[in-house]
Structure formats: C-alpha cells, structure tokens
Design a protein around this ligand. Structure first.
Ligand SMILES: Cc1cc2nc3c(=O)[nH]c(=O)nc-3n(C[C@H](O)[C@H](O)[C@H](O)COP(=O)(O)OP(=O)(O)OC[C@H]3O[C@@H](n4cnc5c(N)ncnc54)[C@H](O)[C@@H]3O)c2cc1C
Length: 405
C-alpha cells in the first residue's frame, strides 16, 4: 500500500492529523495499536477547564473520519521506519483481533464467556470477559478477544449468529510506503509502582488516571468515587502533586497538565460528596495562560485546600492513609490522615518504553523531528488536548510540504 501521509497513533493528535490531511485531499493511513481510536482522551471523564465530556470532541472527529477516505488500521503497532523523506517504508505488526467487521456488538458472545480478565482500559479497577467490547463508546464498535486470557473453548463462536469470530486469526506483518510520517504516539501514565515511598501497594492510594476511571459513568464503579479497600465514600482526599515528576530519578520534567487534572478531580469529588474535604499538596501550582481562571474557580471552594508541601511518604495506619509532606520553602513538615490518596503522576512518552526503530528521541524519549518525520501532541512534548490539536494541525502542514516536494 502507498499513501502520502502515514499517521502513527489514533489518539486525539493522530485523529486530528489524519482527518485534516485527508480533508485537504491527501491519501492517509492511520495506524493504532489499541483495538479502538481515541487514545487517553477516551479514558477521561471530563475535560478541564469546561468540564464537558471528552466524547463530544472525539465524536466530532470520528464523524469527520467516517466521511474521509482514510485507511484506518487498529490493533496494529508500528515497529520500524526505514527510508527518506518522500519514500519511507513503515513496518507494522497487526495483532489478531479474532472478531471481524460482521460483529454487531450484540453481546451474546460475552454472556457465554466464562473467563474474566482485568480491564486495562480501567487500569485493572474493573474486569471484562476474555471477549470484550473495549469500551461502550469504542470506535470501531466491535468486540475483541484477549489472546492471553482466552482458552479457545469455542462457546462464543457457537452463539455468534454473524460469523464474526475466528479463533484462528493470526498476527500479520504489513509494510506501508509513505511520503511523510506524523508520529502521534502519545503517553503512558508514569508507573506508580516505581514510586517506592508513596504507598501505591495500598488500595486506597490510586493514580490520577485511575481517578478518571472511578469518576466515569462508564467506569468500573459506574462513576461512584469510593475507596477500593472497603467501598466507602472517601470524606478526606489528599492529592500528591508532582508524584515522580520534576524528579531526576523518575520524570525530570513537568507534565504541564497534572495541576489542572487535579483541580478537575477536586471538583469531581466535591460535586459528588458534598461533605468531603480535598487537600492538594503541591510544590507550586502550574495553571498557565487562561487556565488561571480555572484555578480561581477551584480556589473559591473553601473545602479545597492547597497545602504547600512535597509529599515524601505515604503510609497506612489504622485503615487510614497518612501523608507526610515537607514545605520546600520553609522545610516545615506536615502529617495528615486521609481516606484516599491520589498520586498525580506525569505523562511519560510511549516511545520512552516502546521505541519505534528508525525514529530519533530526546533524553526523555520524546520524538524529535527529522526530515519527513513530524511528531505532534504528547509524542513531542507534554500537552493538553487543545495544544495537541493545534500541534497536529501544524504537523499536517509540514507533512504536506514534504509530500509536495
Ligand atoms: C490524569 C489526566 C487527566 C487529563 N485531563 C485532561 C483534560 O481534562 N483536558 C485536557 O485538555 N487534557 C487532559 N489531559 C491530557 C490529555 O490526556 C492529552 O493531552 C491527550 O491525551 C494527548 O493526546 P495524544 O493523541 O497526543 O496522545 P494519546 O492520547 O496518548 O494517544 C496516543 C495513541 O497512540 C497509540 N500508539 C502508541 N504507540 C503506537 C505505535 N507504536 N503504533 C500504533 N499506535 C501507537 C496509543 O495506543 C494511543 O491511542 C489529561 C492527562 C492526564 C494524565
């Protein structure tokens, strides 16, 4: 297959780039490793600062995508890139989905499947069957099978009236020739298991992305924010900002969005649990540009308290979680008991862990631009959605310049 522009990653940045390049008349392939498009945005409950559901924005892109002639390949991972601007070969591993486009998502297969697996979409907070719909707004809206969980009992095949399941589906290797490449591979939340002193082994210590799934109506608790240890409503919630960020042992940079995400989470909690109190432990609050208004809105709630202090340790004591922090200016130490602690972990570029051969990277694993290969969104630098959109549009202009020679 030959295309003008190949986009790696179907998150908001990749979707923006693919749609805008196709609408301008260029042939486009969009390669996504998950069985669905949308990337991390699909996992969010609301967007700061407007507090609207991210699916509104995603849906607009998916509608535009359907009206374009884009070759969309999901469940496919780009492994290697070779060649020069104007003539790249992109090597892709297409993983088996075991379910084809005949699937109507009727759900009969799921009913007869006896195997459960932790849902990676919900960061292990919930479970799905081995045959599962990635999430209830997924695009494409068809089931997938987790080969690591499935025992090939064949019960799903027997009940499927649409001949949509093939348990013998195999991985495939594909090569696509492209004149320009846009890299939109995004991020993973930093692994909280590496933050040894911050108590992540305690079920009442969660990450900010887990909070997104807890608060989401399509999440594992149907949107109810609760403690995982006993299912109770948390009345005191503490947020540890810069958990691993701006720390040379973990992520030395600032992810730019964590303060805003925490303010948004504080609003989730305060709206849902009126007698709750939220404490935000911070080094300094970063609400750049017009996000200052959002900070002001959050500060108006007297039950959201900003405490200056870097959290050094989180420990368990008598069913509570105890936060130890130190004021980075005065050196004063604070200790506080909470029902739930949220670690505001940063965004680590996917390519820091899963390198694509043939690309160039900076010290942190973000992708560096080179002739004909243009990174955008969080693949290039930490960014919010609005910034990722703009960055993707800019990347398309650069890619078109390469295509036109
Ligand atoms: C807790 C939290 C809350 C947030 N809340 C907000 C908010 O309210 N408002 C806001 O503006 N921003 C928010 N953000 C930031 C937002 O998530 C990012 O700006 C956005 O997801 C960036 O989109 P992206 O497409 O660049 O990356 P991603 O969303 O990470 O998408 C990248 C895609 O690339 C795919 N991919 C990766 N490698 C490959 C490969 N080798 N081959 C094929 N595909 C690949 C991935 O599977 C993924 O689908 C939040 C971030 C966090 C951590």
């Amino acid at each position: 297959m030959n295309v003008d522009i190949l986009v790696i990653g179907g998150g908001i940045s990749g979707l923006t780039a693919a749609v805008e390049a196709a609408e301008t008349g260029y042939s486009v392939a969009l390669i996504e490793k998950n069985p669905y498009l949308g990337g991390r945005v699909a996992q969010l409950t609301k967007y700061f600062p407007k507090m609207c559901p991210p699916y509104c924005g995603l849906e607009i892109f998916l509608k535009r995508l359907k009206n374009c002639d884009i070759k969309v390949i999901t469940n496919a991972k780009v492994k290697r890139v070779e060649g020069v601007a104007g003539n790249f070969n992109v090597f892709i591993e297409k993983m088996p989905r075991f379910v084809n486009e005949n699937c109507t998502a009727c759900g009969e297969c799921e009913k007869v499947c006896l195997i459960e697996r932790p849902s990676e979409f919900d960061f292990g907070l919930g479970k799905t069957k081995a045959i599962y719909l990635p999430h209830d707004m997924a695009y494409p809206y068809i089931y997938a099978i987790d080969p690591n969980a499935c025992n090939k009992c064949g019960e799903c095949v027997k009940v499927c009236r649409y001949n949509a399941i093939d348990l013998e589906d195999q991985p495939e290797e594909m090569t696509i020739n492209a004149k320009a490449i846009i890299v939109a591979t995004g991020y993973n939340p930093y692994d909280a298991n590496k933050l040894e002193t911050l108590g992540f082994e305690n079920p009442d210590v969660i990450t900010n992305m887990m909070m997104e799934r807890l608060a989401s109506p399509n999440g594992p608790t149907k949107g109810k924010i609760l403690r995982l240890s006993d299912g109770k409503e948390p009345k005191v919630v503490a947020f540890a900002q810069c958990a691993g960020s701006r720390d040379e042992n973990h992520l030395p940079y600032c992810s730019a969005i964590c303060c805003l995400a925490t303010m948004k989470h504080a609003l989730y909690i305060r709206e849902q649990i009126p007698d709750s109190k939220v404490y935000i432990f911070y080094i300094d609050v970063r609400a750049y540009g017009r996000y200052e208004d959002f900070l002001k809105r959050v500060e108006e709630d007297e039950n959201i308290v900003f405490v200056r202090g870097k959290v050094a340790k989180v420990e368990s004591r008598d069913g509570k979680v105890v936060v130890h922090a130190e004021d980075t200016l005065t050196g004063k130490r604070t200790e506080m008991e909470a029902d739930l602690v949220v670690l505001a972990v940063g965004m680590q570029p996917t390519t820091a862990v899963e390198r694509i051969e043939g690309l160039e990277y900076d010290d942190y694993g973000f992708v560096i631009e080179k002739e004909g290969i243009i990174p955008c969104g969080v693949a290039r630098m930490p960014a919010d959605v609005a910034m990722s959109n703009r960055d993707a549009t800019g990347a398309v202009v650069k890619a078109i310049q390469v295509v036109r020679g």
